[in-house]
Structure formats: C-alpha cells, structure tokens
Design a protein around this ligand. Structure first.
Ligand code: PGA
Length: 256
C-alpha cells in the first residue's frame, strides 16, 4: 500500500446539532479500539467543530471542515476562512465537494484558491472530484476528473502535493444508493494516481491518498477497500449512525 494510511471520513453535511455531534463522537470512540493503521476524520457542520474537537480524545481521530473561503477575512457574510478553521482545531478541510460545485456554483478556480488557503494555514485539503452521470455516459469521465485535479493543484509545492488527499466521488453515486462498482472506482483511482504522478512526481503520487465517496455502506466497504488504489472513503449518509459508520471504520481488507 506504499504506506498510505487509510483514511475514513464522515461528511455529515447539514446534519446534527452540537449535542448529537458530541454524543456520536463519544460513542464511536467508546465502541472502536484506537488504531494505528487507519485514521478517522469527522466533518461536522461548522457549529459543532469546536465541541467535536473537545470531545476527540484519540490520536487516530481527526477533525475536518466541510468547506472554507479562500480569503483570510473581510466582508464575506456567511463565510468562514482557513484561519478560523485552524483556530477551531481542524486538521483537514473538504474542498470542492460536488454539492458545493453544483448547488453553490463553485468553479475549479475557486476550488484551487480554497485549496491554497487551507495549505497556507497548516491544514490538509480533501479535494473532491468526480463526473456527472451525463459525463460518464458520454465517455468523458477521465477528461473531467483529470481537468478538475489539474486545475485544483496548480502550483502546489512537493510537500503539499504529497499531503493532499484526493476524493473521487462520482456525482451519480452521491446520496443515490448507486455505488460505483469496486472495479469502476479502481479504474478511475488508478487513472488519477497515474496522471497525478505525471503532474507532480511518481513517488509523490504513490504516497498520496485517494478516497472513494458515493453511497459507501457497511456492505460494500470491504470490497471497495480491497482495491489497490482506494486508500480510504468519504462517507455521507452511512456516517450519520454510529452503528453503520463503526462498521465502515472497521473495514477489513486483504490488501498488503
Ligand atoms: P453519500 O455521500 O455517502 O451519502 O453518497 C458521500 C459524499 O457526499 O461525500
């Protein structure tokens, strides 16, 4: 696995009050053993970041924001900057999620600027890319994903390029119950790694974690994690209940 530490992230989207977020985090820590061979990332809504940070009591649990503005401060009503997220204790920030791109009009250029801001403040971006159903059907999946990655990572230094986490999330699989088959996901992951290697450096790409997201469930987690280029998962719906997310965190793989 080229020493790529598996990363399992819960993207709660616009779900959970502070109390619900805290009791979920407490329960998950109680019901799973601390682990050195996987990392668990919780991305609660902004309002619960601080409370979840205070609840996290294990080094294998990390905190993520679901979005970030690219400017440090200013007249941007309703936005939150990377400085503020760092201050709130975030380790990661999800950038360019398809809901941000499609419902809130985020462009590749905005995604790029957000990514730079997240790195500038000592956090790691989880860059989301993925094709729509129409793009998959017209055969442009690889072209779309390639362009999204290329534009997002422009100008990263080698250290940043190595730390970056990429999440392949086919838009047609998000929240639809339609998971990409392990083979479909692996094909795109291997492509992303190869192209990322050509863009940065092969050894950097071999160390970069590429997550899969889109209708991950307890019953498909093991077969997804068995794929050689799937290094973790970004989980929406199935991360809202402790029982199902616990099973996902406890994925089993025969991969070496
Ligand atoms: P889903 O969402 O697991 O509910 O499909 C994944 C995501 O949007 O990150």
């Amino acid at each position: 696995m080229e020493n790529r530490l598996p990363l399992i992230a819960a993207n709660w989207k616009m779900h959970k009050t502070i109390g619900e977020a805290v009791s979920f985090t407490e329960d998950l820590q109680k019901e799973t053993a601390p682990s050195v061979d996987r990392e668990v990332v919780i991305a609660p809504p902004f309002t619960a970041l601080d409370a979840v940070r205070r609840t996290i009591s294990r080094p294998d649990f990390k905190l993520a924001a679901q979005n970030c503005h690219c400017e440090e401060q200013g007249a941007f009503t309703g936005e939150i900057s990377a400085v503020m997220l760092k201050d709130a204790g975030c380790d990661y920030a999800i950038i360019g999620h398809s809901e941000r791109r499609h419902l809130f009009g985020e462009t590749d250029d905005m995604v790029h600027r957000k990514l730079v801001a997240v790195f500038r403040h000592g956090m790691v971006p989880i860059l989301c890319v993925g094709e729509t159903l129409e793009q998959r059907e017209d055969g442009s999946t690889f072209k779309v994903v390639d362009a999204q990655v290329q534009q997002a990572v422009l100008g990263l230094n080698p250290q940043e390029a190595r730390l970056l986490v990429i999440a392949y999330e086919p838009v047609w699989a998000i929240g639809t119950g339609k998971t990409a088959t392990p083979g479909q996901a692996q094909e795109v992951h291997a492509f992303i790694r190869e192209r990322y290697g050509a863009l940065c450096d092969k050894s950097v790409a071999n160390a970069t974690r590429i997550l899969y997201g889109g209708s991950v469930k307890p019953d498909n987690v093991d077969s997804l994690m068995d794929q050689p280029d799937i290094d973790g998962l970004l989980v929406g719906g199935a991360s809202l209940e402790v029982n199902s997310f616990k099973r996902i965190v406890q994925f089993k793989t025969t991969k070496k």
